[in-house]
Design a protein around this ligand. Sequence first.
Ligand code: ATP
Length: 293
Amino acid sequence: MSEILCRGLVRIFATDGVEVQALQGLDLVVEAGDLVAVVGASGSGKSTLLGILSGLDTPTGGSAVVAGTDLLTMGRRDRVTYQRRTVGFVWQQTSRNLLPYLTAAENVRLVLDLGGGSRSERAERTAELLDLLQVADVADRYPAEMSGGQQQRVAIAVAVANRPRVLLADEPTGELDEATSADVLEALRAVNAATGTTTLIVTHDPAVSEHVARTVQIRDGRTSTEVLRRTATDADGVQRDVAEEFAVLDRVGRLQLPHDVVETLELRDRVRLRLRDDHVQVRPDRDPTGERQ
Ligand SMILES: Nc1ncnc2c1ncn2[C@@H]1O[C@H](COP(=O)(O)OP(=O)(O)OP(=O)(O)O)[C@@H](O)[C@H]1O
């Protein structure tokens, strides 16, 4: 079942009479329980997508359905319920994720207190979550007394405390060094595996693809390519990680060629397509002497 389903998503911002198409017909399908990274250069539309998926912003057109909620038609009350119950967030700024005057355990418990359950059940779940995120040792510390990585791990515990269907992380490693970033991405992977929460990580850091099975690249407000990573066993029985890059075909058959392919073959304006037995050939629009036609 698809937990995140975006079809032809469009978001146009209009400021002082100037229109910016931040999302230009984006397609994205994420199955329930999957962990997916969305990467892209600055300005490609990542934050805009996350703003929509988190219910903070409304798309201009297309469709977006998350955990059965239609984000284009939901009313004000539905929006509040959606933000409280359906989705959990981890933001880039470590300070935005946790209340500074509460300890790690109190930050988690605060979310559980809103959800009900007995006192002992809540205490047990707090301990369980801090254990899962490997931050049980800082349970009684305030955010200012924790490292950036520890704060983000506690933030993940807080984000999944009320068992959201979908976890959204916006540049969760943006303020961290490389080693700590890897730890936090592994923590997200562990939570995804343990709880089955559908997880979407948005980042400009291409290194994220080493930690997730699927990385979707956004370019100019559209999904352009995907990297799928899987473990394969070679002829000698040795297991290794295999990463394969795919171009994404949208519903009407549009394909965005990767930038390096376009540059290398100097593809411009028009290209020649030829249908072969089992593939399609794309060639520059040049005659055999190399001149453009
Ligand atoms: N509120 C807004 N008003 C006007 N234009 C906006 C607004 N928000 C985003 N944009 C524009 O939309 C485009 C996509 O921006 P977005 O922030 O989604 O990109 P991004 O991939 O998240 O970039 P970054 O990695 O720098 O955060 C950009 O051209 C940006 O200037």
